[in-house]
Design a protein around this ligand. Structure first.
Ligand SMILES: [Zn+2]
Ligand SMILES: [Zn+2]
Length: 254
């Protein structure tokens, strides 16, 4: 005997009706390519979802670098990170910093990019939720901007992403856990060798029972050398965190 398909709840019917009605009045457009969306979608079209959620490469579990076709994945790291010491334990990425993912990460930092960051965060969470849950974190913390940059931009895109991830994995998000105590020149403007010096001592976290013995999931938009995430992780550990694991939208193999 075949099982009856599950019946939609009243809440789902109401939500779908509202979505259809809203779509008639204001047809939604894809946050990636701008195409008109079908009534069943309200963030990205199917081909942008495919482009934003598929990572064609195997990655290093320690630093999230793309691994070449003949490189064996190892918990000890890859040729790029094995000689580096990090305050975090591992990195999970949505994809490489190329194509549409790179374009959207850059657009998220533009004025008005907060809504796009929220949509990208929700998509990321919907597709990476189980992997992130497997990192066994107790709370989610974004890599902070210095207050002046945050004030100028009006929001921190990593905070918007962190909030979306935290909702999806049912964890608290604590945006004020770590602060950037001095402004630092953009890491992308620095040669790789100077990036660690550029951010050394740039973060501070207050010791707190909320961090004591906990595993923190640290969230950022892009990771390149890992220096920024490592310094922020070091501050969280100095304030009591036991472990820090990192989730980034994109890994930039600079
Ligand atoms: Zn699209
Ligand atoms: Zn690595």
């Amino acid at each position: 005997m075949s099982a009856e398909p599950p019946q939609p709840t009243g809440h789902q019917v109401g939500r779908d009706l509202w979505r259809g009605f809203r779509h008639l009045l204001y047809p939604a457009t894809c946050g990636g390519c701008g195409a008109l969306l079908p009534p069943t979608e309200d963030a990205f079209c199917p081909s942008c979802v495919q482009a934003l959620t598929s990572d064609p490469f195997d990655t290093c579990p320690r630093c999230a670098s793309t691994l070449g076709p003949f490189v064996v994945r190892s918990e000890a790291g890859c040729g790029r990170c094995r000689a580096q010491s990090f305050h975090f334990e591992r990195v999970d990425r949505r994809g490489p910093y190329t194509g549409l993912l790179r374009e959207l990460v850059l657009r998220c930092k533009q004025p008005g990019g907060e809504g796009l960051a929220a949509r990208l965060g929700e998509l990321w969470a919907a597709h990476a939720g189980p992997r992130l849950a497997a990192m066994h974190a107790d709370l989610v913390v974004p890599v902070p901007l210095h207050w002046r940059r945050r004030w100028w931009r009006g929001f921190n895109q990593s905070e918007v992403l962190a909030e979306a991830l935290a909702r999806a994995v049912c964890l608290p998000c604590w945006s004020a856990a770590v602060r950037r105590i001095r402004p630092t020149p953009q890491q992308t403007a620095q040669p790789a060798a100077q990036r660690l010096e550029n951010v050394r001592g740039a973060f501070r976290a207050k010791p707190s029972p909320r961090l004591e013995g906990r595993t923190v999931l640290l969230v950022d938009d892009v990771l390149t050398t890992g220096s920024t995430a490592s310094e922020a992780a070091g501050a969280l550990k100095a304030a009591g965190a036991a472990r820090v694991v990192v989730a980034v939208v994109a890994h930039d193999r600079a």
